[in-house]
Design a protein around this ligand. Structure first.
Ligand code: BES
Ligand code: ZN
Ligand code: ZN
Length: 499
């Protein structure tokens, strides 16, 4: 992975193969100009004056210093309007700079933005690290395999003892994001529920976490009938992964994270149309993200207790598959009429939620799932939906998400939505019709979260890059790892057992 450091060096003296300078839109007297050597500085001023470079967000121009200055090249990169500048924009810019350096085959570069504070350093580090990810495991040609050796200096104007610890923290989080993306990007022929379970076993031993894999026979005995039903159509048996991280005394209640891991969602007997069905390998992203969050929390040694539960199945049509019309008695005793086998995520999550609250009495629950196409219709491919029973927790989550750039918007869980999933033959049915589809899915889940503070995050639009995804340098094609940074940041805010 890339090596990042902060440096309080004179910009004009900086020996580097590429100096990246951020320039605001229509900024003629850019702040670093005084510090540069006079030739470079006057050339840049001229370029800005002639409006050959306007500083619009993301634009860039590269100048060669032809041995007249210690840096070989200077890249001006547009920061857009000053009033609109955010840490998210810095993340995107830093990612672009890193990709540029990679493209040029450089082994190091330097980046200088004005007024670099701690949050900005964090965003720059994230942008650089996350943009350099690539999934090249299945590329046979060695040139396409990544062996990246890159060092980056971030120039700062004032020392802070915190910078180094921020860099180290971002490195651990980026490693978790890489892990989550790698797992999510695996093709469905290589990633069965059993494979996820074995990855969880290695993760647990690496970080000294407790782990348990609930096998199908045990699910049958203890009554996890929802997970068994959805998994019935596949030769790859379902698994339920339980990871426990203990960073606080055992009398402190844990946070419970639950992640949907459908390793492939064909829709089952209610078969999906063929178009883009391959993307349903990403239907395991919620579960992969939960594993990645536990990895991050364990490596950061956060002083909290966290339990991660990942119900994992493959949803296939076959003579042994569950069918529309089936009625399932779930782990918490409620009965579910299956009207569409493609609404399988809520069924496996429901059992995992009910099991998790019974076993762990958590202080709060967050589930993550690529749960509904309706979520994409409602909020698009750049915003995740948050639906739940704790206003306070949703507000905190939203505030944190504004910092991480992982956009989250709340949808309401009004009583009307519960009406839509009432069944005539069972307690509830697994579909509530097209209107408000993302919310009726959450209404279904709420039947299994009892009165615990709970948030459901529908990441159907944001878990991977798809039609409508806004291009962000730091989210290369494929799985994004959406949610890892936000939830780790949220949980890191826990003070003495309270968020
Ligand atoms: N995994 C899908 C949801 C999905 C679809 C996520 C497309 C991302 C992109 C889920 O299991 C599903 O198929 N949901 C159905 C529910 C419907 C039958 C009520 C859907 O959204 O169409
Ligand atoms: Zn489905
Ligand atoms: Zn699904």
């Amino acid at each position: 992975m890339v090596l990042i450091k902060v440096e309080k060096a004179e910009i004009a003296q900086k020996m580097t193969s590429l100096l990246v300078i951020g320039i605001f839109e229509n900024e003629q007297d850019f702040s670093q100009s005084k510090e540069l050597d006079s030739t470079s500085s006057s050339i840049i001023r001229q370029i800005l004056k002639n409006r050959e470079f306007k500083g619009s967000f993301g634009s860039n121009i590269t100048l060669y210093t032809v041995d007249k200055a210690p840096m070989k090249k200077i890249m001006l990169i547009g920061l857009g309007q000053k009033e609109k500048f955010t840490n998210e924009r810095a993340r995107i810019i830093a990612g672009k700079a890193a990709l540029n350096a990679k493209e040029l085959g450089l082994t190091e570069f330097t980046i200088s933005l004005s007024n670099v504070d701690e949050d900005l350093v964090e965003a720059i580090c994230e942008g650089i690290s996350l943009s350099l990810y690539s999934f090249s495991k299945y590329k046979t040609d060695n040139n396409e395999k990544e062996s990246l050796n890159l060092e980056v200096s971030i120039l700062i104007n004032s020392e802070s003892t915190k910078f180094q610890s921020i860099i180290e923290k971002v490195k651990l989080i980026a490693e978790a994001v890489y892990f989550g993306r790698d797992l999510s990007n695996l093709p469905p022929n290589e990633c069965s529920p059993a494979r996820l379970a074995s990855v969880a076993l290695s993760l647990a031993s690496e970080h000294a976490m407790k782990v348990r894999i609930v096998e199908r026979y045990e699910m049958e005995t203890i009554g996890l009938a929802g997970i068994v039903a959805v998994g019935k159509g596949s030769n790859n048996p379902p698994k339920m992964i339980i990871l426990e991280y203990s960073g606080a005394p055992s009398d402190q209640k844990p946070y419970l994270l639950v992640g949907k891991a459908v390793t492939f969602d064909t829709g089952g007997i209610s078969l999906k149309p063929g178009d883009k069905m391959d993307e349903m390998k990403f239907d395991k992203c919620g579960g992969c993200i939960v594993l990645a969050i536990l990895k991050a929390i364990a490596s950061l040694k956060l002083p909290i207790n966290v339990v991660g539960i990942v119900p994992s199945v493959e949803n296939m049509p076959s003579s042994t598959a569950y069918r529309p019309g089936d009625i399932i008695r779930m782990y918490n005793g409620k009965t579910v009429e299956v009207l569409n086998t493609d609404a399988e995520g809520r069924i496996i999550l429901a059992d995992a939620l009910a099991y998790g609250i019974t076993l762990y009495n958590p202080k709060a629950i967050i589930d993550l799932a690529t749960l509904t196409g309706a979520c994409i219709i409602a909020l698009g491919a750049n915003v995740a939906a948050a639906i739940g029973t704790s206003k306070e927790l949703i507000e905190k989550l939203r505030r944190v998400s504004e910092k991480t750039g992982e956009k989250i918007w709340e949808l309401p869980l009004y009583d009307e939505f519960h009406e839509q999933i009432k069944s005539t033959v069972a307690d509830i049915k697994n579909v509530g019709g097209r209107p408000g589809g993302a919310i009726t899915a959450a209404a279904f889940l709420s039947n299994f979260a009892a009165d615990f503070p709970w948030i459901h995050l529908d990441i159907a639009g944001t878990a991977w890059t798809q039609d409508g995804t806004f291009e962000r340098s730091y989210n290369p094609k494929g799985a994004t790892g959406f949610g890892i940074r936000t939830l780790v940041k949220l949980l890191a805010e826990d003070r003495n057992g309270k968020l």
